[in-house]
Design a protein around this ligand. Structure first.
Ligand code: TMP
Length: 227
């Protein structure tokens, strides 16, 4: 993403991790640092980020009114709901922001689909990538920060913080372990884009490490934009 087209283009940075990894908090901290450094920033999330995509999110997470009476969602429907959200999100929000030079910080993106629906649910990862090309039209993050910790630790954190548990939070421990292994397998395939941070560390330390990676990515992006 980014590059010479149209002068100063923004870029997409995504944050990923299992439940309870602290990624959402870290995303807000990074946005604050970026704004303090003079950048225009858009914080957004998937599934969601537009009115329609947020509606789909509540169906997806089983938090919509009457969800307790709804039928089970097949893994395939689950994936397609996420891709419907992504298509809306990219065309309505992410692409326009990038064109205007904004740094988009997105809480979850394609890697969550591959980790949850691919490794977690067992759908074919290659098929998911093909569907993603259809929905995302080639948009890929310049940097992905993976806030990693054992699935069990993350789930315990979430329960301790008394957050409302959604349909995916309630999945078995083994499901979340497969998701974590999925994220790590994706990292092994794309080590230049996906950077792993130890989410068990002190939040200030995690933030400092994440900030270093973001600054490095921005410096590279600026060099490419100038050349
Ligand atoms: P969160 O944003 O609060 O972490 O909740 C979003 C949930 O949606 C989380 O359980 C992961 C799940 N999810 C998928 O299963 N596939 C996806 O592609 C995305 C973006 C999220």
């Amino acid at each position: 993403m980014g590059g010479k087209r149209g002068g100063k283009r923004g870029l997409l940075i995504t944050v990923e991790g299992v439940e309870g990894s602290g990624k959402t908090t870290q995303c807000a901290r990074l946005a604050k640092r970026l704004r303090e450094a003079g950048h225009r920033v858009l914080e957004t999330r998937e599934p969601g980020g537009t009115p329609l995509a947020e509606q789909i999110r509540s169906l997806f997470l089983g938090t919509a009114a009457g969800a307790e009476r709804a039928e089970p969602i097949t893994p395939e429907s689950e994936a397609l709901l996420v891709f419907a959200c992504r298509s809306q999100h990219i065309s309505q929000v992410i692409e326009p922001a990038i064109r205007q030079g904004v740094i988009v910080l997105c809480d979850r993106f394609l890697d969550s689909t591959l980790a949850y629906q691919g490794y977690g649910r067992g759908l074919d990862v290659k098929t998911l990538r093909t569907l993603n090309r259809f929905a995302a039209k080639g948009l890929a993050p310049s940097l992905t920060l993976l806030f990693d910790l054992p699935a069990q630790t993350g789930l315990a954190r979430r329960r301790r913080n008394d957050l409302e548990l959604n349909r995916l939070d309630r999945e078995a421990k083994q499901f979340h372990e497969r998701v974590r292994r999925g994220f790590l397998a994706l990292t092994a395939k794309e080590p230049r884009r996906i950077k792993v941070l130890d989410a068990r560390a002190d939040p200030d330390q995690v933030e400092a490490a994440a900030w270093t990676l973001v600054q490095r990515c921005l410096a590279k992006h600026q060099k490419v934009s100038k050349s």
